[in-house]
Ligand binder design. Structure first.
Ligand code: H79
Length: 582
């Protein structure tokens, strides 16, 4: 359905009245206010992502052939002309779709919010778009507004609802990014695209679809400051809406987005979410049987919560409107686990322990104490669960399943909880421990050698790779030492925590291999040192190079972070750092 009025309002009124994204004028709330706005999201921890579009009709197959990669990318991967691809709409008739049922499935799994593709890169609107007729209501035999049905069902069942909207790529609009295969497309600027499609469509989504809690942008591209400002400003139409960090490079959004991959550690001082398909593909793909096990999914949820993040788990409805039985079964099993253990997920914050051999920890802090939830993946065969480094006195400990009290002993070597012989849950048994007073956990971690030096090997590094890409990842080299490699991303950083008992001045020595001269920085104690590294003759030729030095005067916990010096950065492989006293 085309509404001309809407186009005029959005383009003419909204765009010019807002400051450019990133301008101080756009910072309209304090960090505390932002925290308050996001309180429900932090509490929620777990949401359902849905990728659904006209690609779902063919399940990744084109002209009898399998296209590689995720099914929603098929138009691009198959270089399918618009005229041909748009015909899938004529076959899109998901008569088995039942919005109430989708929402119930999410709710029964313990999910608290739903985010669905209103428009993916293919440009097809899964709602009655005001931009034209390329949408589910006008172009398909189904003729129903799927977004409206889901929004209403979420509202009725008390689930938060949000839209995924691909704001930059559009393989159907002449001003969208991405389509370089269909020569019939007479290209126009992305400003035209933003003004005539993105802004009106998103305005419509934020005004005609009830309360919208999330706008989930994807694949940022360079658009004009005016286009960014116009799109960014739309969020004022839904007070309290939460947006991710994928609108544009300099527009931070409310939370960072990791795709398909769980970071070693969450970003500091920034909300974050991991999105991941339950199988291999985001959109429904016939041959995709790569479903993650229920064990993996439940442990992922605990892992992410233990690092302070949210989990947005994707399912892929078919062209008939059905969520596959494999996905349904897993959601049901997660729900069964959540019915017993959700106290250990909802409203929790990250673990105070860096690493626990047996599993993960989440916590809730109160004025006079803390509740710790130990997620035990590997149940102790000897009936003794050892908690390293916990200094607080334990008030009580019990199995979350059935509240069975457990005995604990505490001495200098640590805290031990006596547990039943058999794990109550083969995947993740939760033990709740209440402690009083300010939480005190002594970290075992990297400590100084006798001679005062400190070894920081690749395997002990925390790697922060942008959006969970495989850039800057730990490479397992078998008999050779592991290294951090494929570090092509200038935004990726690598850090180590260590403890100094003998402070002093240290040289920072990198064990490093690189093809071209490169430049990076290291930061210790808030002080950053810029440094250059020399080509070593190849990515397999390691040498030791001194990056610089730093001084400390106090004993205690420290952290060193390596970061590309963006201007002169060339990829490096790093086996680790060594700190040597001067
Ligand atoms: O909607 C899902 C993806 O389709 C979308 N983000 C999630 C939430 C996404 N778009 N782009 N990307 C993710 C990253 C780009 C991946 C690519 Fe490829 C690698 C593009 C081309 C090579 C994977 C392989 C997708 C197509 C081929």
């Amino acid at each position: 359905m085309k509404h001309l009025a809407s186009i005029a309002t959005a383009a003419a009124l909204l765009a010019p009245t807002f400051a450019r994204a990133g301008d101080p004028a756009t910072i309209i709330e304090t960090p505390e206010q932002q925290k308050e706005r996001m309180a429900w999201w932090h509490e929620a921890k777990f949401g359902m992502f849905i990728h659904w579009g006209i690609y779902s009709v063919v399940g990744g197959q084109y002209k009898g052939k399998e296209l590689p990669n995720s099914a929603e990318w098929m138009m691009c991967r198959g270089k399918i002309p618009i005229a041909e691809y748009s015909k899938y709409a004529e076959q899109f008739n998901p008569t088995k779709f039942d919005a109430d049922n989708f929402v119930k499935m999410a709710k029964d799994a313990g999910m608290k919010y739903m985010v669905i593709t209103a428009k993916h890169h293919d440009g097809f609107a899964m709602f009655d778009s005001c931009w034209g007729e390329y949408d589910v209501v006008d172009a398909t035999p189904f003729g129903r507004d799927i977004m409206k049905e889901l929004s209403r069902a979420c509202y009725e069942q008390g689930l938060r609802f949000g839209f995924y909207y691909s704001q930059a790529q559009d393989w159907h609009h002449p001003g969208g990014f991405g389509n370089n295969w269909d020569k019939s497309l007479k290209k126009v600027s992305s400003d035209v695209y933003a003004n005539e499609k993105v802004i009106p469509e998103v305005e419509q989504l934020l005004t005609e679809y009830g309360p919208i809690s999330i706008l989930w942008w994807d694949t940022p591209r360079n658009m004009s400051p005016e286009a960014f400002a116009g799109i960014y400003s739309l969020k004022s139409l839904q007070p309290g809406i939460i947006t991710n960090d994928r609108l544009g490079k300099d527009i931070p959004g409310d939370h960072k987005t990791f795709e398909r991959h769980i970071p070693d550690r969450g970003p500091v001082d920034k909300a974050w979410e991991v999105c991941m398909p339950i199988s291999g593909s985001w959109g429904y793909k016939k041959i995709d049987t790569d479903f993650k096990s229920t064990t993996t999914l439940i442990r992922n949820l605990a892992d992410i919560a233990s690092k302070g993040g949210n989990y947005l788990l994707n399912v892929s409805p078919t062209g008939e409107g059905v969520i596959l039985p494999q996905a349904q079964e897993r959601l049901k099993q997660i729900g069964e686990w959540m019915r017993v253990n959700s106290d250990s997920i909802y409203g929790t914050t990250g673990s105070p322990f860096k690493k626990l051999d047996f599993g993960r920890c989440t916590k809730k802090q109160y004025a006079k104490g803390t509740t710790l939830y130990f997620h035990v993946f590997d149940w102790p065969a000897d009936g003794k669960l050892v908690i390293p480094g916990l200094k607080n006195e334990i008030k009580q400990a019990y199995l979350l399943d059935g509240w069975k009290p457990l005995e604990t002993t505490q001495d200098e070597t640590g805290t031990t909880i006596t547990v039943p012989k058999d794990a109550p849950d083969a995947i993740n048994s939760v033990i709740t421990v209440q402690v009083a007073g300010k939480l005190e956990v002594e970290q075992s971690g990297i400590v100084q050698n006798q001679d005062g030096s400190v070894d920081l090997p690749a395997a002990d590094a925390y790697i922060h790779n942008n959006e969970g890409s495989q850039d800057a990842a730990l490479q397992d080299r078998g008999d050779e030492p592991d290294n951090i490699g494929k570090w092509t991303d200038k935004e990726a950083t690598v850090e180590w925590d260590f403890k100094l008992t003998q402070p002093g001045t240290f040289d920072v020595i990198a064990n490093i291999a690189l093809e071209d001269d490169s430049a990076l920085t290291f930061t210790v104690n808030g002080e950053t040192v810029k440094t250059k590294v020399k080509a070593t003759g190849g990515y397999g030729s390691y040498t030791e190079q001194t990056l610089g030095s730093f001084s400390t005067t106090a004993e205690g916990n420290y952290n060193i972070r390596l970061k590309p010096d963006a201007k002169n950065w060339k990829p490096v492989n790093v086996r680790g750092l060594k700190l040597i006293t001067k």
